[in-house]
Ligand binder design. Structure first.
Ligand SMILES: Cc1ncc(COP(=O)(O)O)c(C=O)c1O
Length: 439
């Protein structure tokens, strides 16, 4: 049998240490391994299989489109592309806007920057982003991201990026104890950076409205204040909804929690857009942004822009979220998840903070001391006891996502309630076992 570690270079790992099981199938929230074992997936693989694995309607749509026409360039029309763009515009209410398709999240963000710069007329305009954010791993996205893993390779000046502190209420960079106030201060900081850069210097602000790899969930005051701060200054707001979209945060798109007060000028999508069944990303432009570029040459493109197989998968995925009422389900299960995690926090002093509750995305932050909030390990190192907990969970057939001191819970939105209850009961037992002082 071929050994994958002897031929493939994998991402986000020490290559020589890579040693993972092989997934050969899946169904609902479960993954099937080549050993015959089944694993309950509590992170939707990379927070992207929101509909669960091998969703039958999505698989059927890919198959049907493959029979009709696999590939059409952007120079020609393609039916599933139109259908998907219309569905996205309908769900987001970007009436009169347009959808530019990419291959994934990073290139969606890069193209959003290009389009925002083109529409603003600020070709070299600065882009404001925040620390502890993740927007992708291409060169531009390493600079757009405030991610500890890629900071050393980033070049903010080359890519015209200005950086602000994050709305991290548990460890507020502005020293505020009140989360709402911390959110407001973080939005104010964006306004100050725009003002300091000078009139017309900033083209856009790019931020995650909710769920993200770095485990910061902003207080509810943040996004509407950010919207006001950017609108007042004539700067575009780009919502990176790559992870937070498609029900993950209890709405089609996380900014919708704030209604029109949260509407960005552009948003980027990927992951749940096709349930990750075929790679696809998108930049959605408001009617106003589109009007500003409609009659100028667009100097951007990708061979696979709006690939029909991916768009057909996207159309089926959007239908499935709707037919199975998964946005509402995410909201309901997310509230139940948060309640259970808060109860766990009362039992385990190692849990410093519990964040989430808008949908099926929650973060547990582990601390050495709850009173002083001393981290269990310096960010973003993984404490050995947490690594052991994750291994023990796998031995009991549950895969949890983690980053540094954080456990990130983001199961498929289709997870059965009993499966969620069982996974949390296991987590409760393992926290007692691996953090005994806390039991
Ligand atoms: C918020 C956010 N933006 C962008 C990306 C990058 O997406 P991709 O890996 O498809 O390039 C990710 C990936 O995790 C993400 O979470």
């Amino acid at each position: 049998m071929l050994r994958e570690s002897e031929s493939v270079l994998h991402s986000w790992c020490v290559p020589a240490d890579w040693n993972a099981a092989t997934v050969v199938g899946g169904s609902g929230a479960w993954l099937q391994l080549d050993s015959g074992r089944r694993i309950l997936d509590m992170s939707s693989l990379a927070e992207c299989c929101n509909l669960g694995h091998q969703h039958p309607a999505v698989v059927a749509a890919i198959r049907a489109q493959a029979d009709r026409m696999c590939y059409v360039t952007s120079a020609w029309g393609a039916q599933p592309r139109t259908e998907l763009a219309e569905a996205i515009i309908e769900k987001s209410g970007f009436v009169g806007g347009r959808v530019f398709f990419t291959l994934g999240g990073a290139d969606a963000n890069e193209n959003a920057v290009k389009l925002a710069r083109a529409a603003s007329g600020r070709t070299q305009g600065k882009i404001v982003t925040r620390d502890r954010s993740y927007h992708g791993a291409t060169y531009a996205c390493m600079s757009l991201s405030g991610d500890s893993r890629t900071r050393a390779q980033a070049n903010d000046a080359a890519f015209g990026v200005l950086r602000v502190p994050p709305p991290y209420a548990y460890r507020c960079p502005f020293g505020e104890m009140d989360p709402d106030r911390c959110g407001e201060r973080a939005a104010d900081a964006v306004g100050s950076v725009i003002d300091a850069a000078g009139t017309g210097a900033v083209a856009a602000v790019l931020m995650e409205p909710d769920a993200g790899t770095n485990g910061i969930i902003a207080p509810d005051t943040y996004w509407p204040a950010l919207r006001r701060a950017t609108r007042d200054r004539g700067v575009y707001l780009v919502a990176d909804e790559v992870m937070s979209g498609f029900g993950r945060c209890g709405e089609w798109f996380a900014w919708q929690r704030y209604g029109e007060a949260g509407r960005p000028d552009l948003m980027t999508l990927a992951k749940g857009l096709t349930n990750a069944s075929v790679p696809l990303g998108a930049v959605v432009l408001s009617a106003e942004v589109y009007a500003r570029i409609a009659h100028t040459m667009l100097h951007t493109g990708l061979t696979y822009c709006g690939h029909p197989l991916a768009c057909a998968a996207g159309v089926a995925a959007v239908r499935a979220y709707e037919d199975e009422k998964l946005i509402e389900r995410s909201r309901r299960l997310g509230a139940a998840l948060l309640k259970e995690l808060r109860a766990m926090q009362a039992r385990h002093p190692v849990i410093g903070d519990v964040r989430g509750g808008h949908g099926l995305f929650a973060v547990i932050e582990l601390v050495a001391d709850r009173t002083t909030r001393e981290p269990l390990a310096p960010w973003a190192q993984q404490p050995p006891a947490l690594s052991n907990l994750l291994k023990a969970a796998m031995a009991e057939s549950v895969s949890f996502g983690a980053r540094g001191n954080l456990l990130i819970l983001a199961p498929p939105l289709v997870i059965a309630e009993a499966e969620l209850v069982d996974a949390l009961a296991l987590l409760d037992r393992l926290l007692a076992r691996f953090f005994p002082a806390a039991a």
